[in-house]
Design a binder for this molecule. Structure first.
Ligand code: ADP
Length: 400
């Protein structure tokens, strides 16, 4: 019988899902996807086919007080009705933090769940929301295998020098170090690049994951060696609403001179800064690129400037650059951002082909460019589906 794998990517107000059914070779193929959004406000469930056709939609009133469990039950019931004869084998979850321990996806049991709860303090804005559906699913569908796939796991190959803050040892030993995130996206891109340009993939590659959360990763022969996100998901590049790297002295200033408390500072750093904070207009790159307001242009300029600086830094960490890849919402769709970054990176041997770039071609550099530049759509959900299928296959083999 064909296998069904449900992929769950849960955030603070939404649960995104994708249902994969295995094909003749046992490979997962996207069958449907959707989300429950407006959790705790006015929940809205929508399911679509792989081509985007709306298959089902339901809204609940704002005062319905539906809990995670009830919404997940609705989702699971819908999924079970759309398995097309396959059997639901497992749910694969995106979990932001695997801490120092988890370098690969893991089958979740009570012990693992407890350990992952222990990492909540390392990712307070993401981890609790990632774990909530695991707990809820265990109640509404006991016996369903659940696999956690971590955003940090791909970076466990980073050398110690890349993960260490210059802090007293005791803090480092406690786990205050750089972890890096967006690892499922980077892993997907590293594998895809191996198919597109094996020679570059065997060399030194910088991948720019530019979505509403943004980061960059240095990948050497398929392995992460350094990245711009660190201890939490607020380091590195400016993002839609997050600051990116900031002199820690600014935080002391906010605490001591402005009298802000930790919660207020957290909101400032995560929700009111980045493209939104600098432009004062929007966190959406599309809106900023269309705006004639000079503050919007300043936000775009700062975003691109910071990417170029980090590109130099990652190339330095790897001792060179053999390929540059753009991915995620902005990376895949914004020709002006790619153009600005590439133009300012000519010193590294990057030569962008403006026509190919505007077309969002897969290769957007000229034949003369020493560094090929690719635009590769990412697919974190597919990566989770593959990992989950592998965990299920291993269990099946072990049981045989
Ligand atoms: P997330 O990080 O939430 O998964 P995405 O990778 O989908 O987000 O990226 C979302 C961001 O991509 C949006 O905030 C928007 O700024 C940007 N984006 C999407 N399409 C375009 C486009 N055509 N031009 C510029 N930016 C775009």
């Amino acid at each position: 019988m064909r296998d069904g794998i449900l992929v769950i990517n849960a955030g603070s107000s939404s649960i995104k899902f994708s249902l994969y059914l295995s094909n003749g070779d046992g490979k997962p193929v996207l069958s449907s996807k959707g989300q429950v959004e407006g959790i705790n406000v006015a929940p809205h469930f929508i399911a679509q086919g792989a081509d985007g056709t709306v298959l089902s939609e339901q809204r609940w009133p704002g005062d319905s007080n539906l809990h995670h469990e009830e919404l997940l039950k609705h989702l699971i019931d819908w999924v079970e009705d759309h398995l097309e004869g396959a059997e639901l084998r497992a749910a694969g979850h995106r979990v932001v933090h695997g801490g120092p321990k988890y370098s690969t996806p893991v089958l979740v049991d009570d012990e693992v769940l407890e350990e992952l709860e222990g990492y909540v303090q390392l990712a307070p804005l993401h981890q609790p929301h990632n774990l909530a559906p695991i707990r809820a699913l265990a109640k509404v569908h006991p016996g369903l295998l659940q696999v956690a796939c971590f955003d940090t796991a791909f970076h466990t190959t980073n050398p110690k020098v890349a993960t260490t803050f210059a802090l007293p040892r005791q803090l480092t030993e406690e786990g205050v170090r750089r972890y890096g995130f967006h690892g499922l996206s980077y892993e997907f891109i590293a594998r895809r690049l191996r198919e597109i340009d094996p020679q570059a993939a065997a060399g030194k590659v910088v991948v720019c994951h530019l979505g509403s959360g943004a980061s960059m990763c240095g990948i050497k022969d398929g392995q992460s060696v350094a990245s711009t996100l660190g201890f939490t998901a607020v380091d590195g590049l400016p993002m839609g609403t997050r600051t990116g790297n900031l002199d820690p002295g600014v935080i002391l200033y906010l605490l001591e001179q402005k009298g802000m408390n930790a919660k207020e500072i957290e909101t400032l750093l995560y929700k009111r800064s980045g493209l939104l904070g600098v432009s004062g207009i929007s966190n959406d790159m599309r809106v900023l690129l269309e705006s004639s307001d000079p503050h919007a242009a300043e936000a775009v300029e700062l975003f691109c400037y910071r990417i170029c600086r980090e590109l130099g830094s990652l190339a330095a960490a790897m001792g060179g650059l053999d390929a540059l890849v753009f991915t995620a919402g902005i990376g895949e769709h914004s020709a002006p951002v790619r153009e600005k970054v590439c133009a300012a990176s000519a010193w590294l041997g990057v030569d962008v082909d403006p026509a190919a770039n505007v077309r969002h071609a897969q290769l957007v550099s000229t034949p003369a460019s020493k560094v090929p530049v690719y635009v590769i759509p990412t697919d974190e959900e597919m990566m989770i589906a593959k990992h989950t299928r592998n965990v299920v296959s291993k269990l099946r083999q072990a049981a045989e």
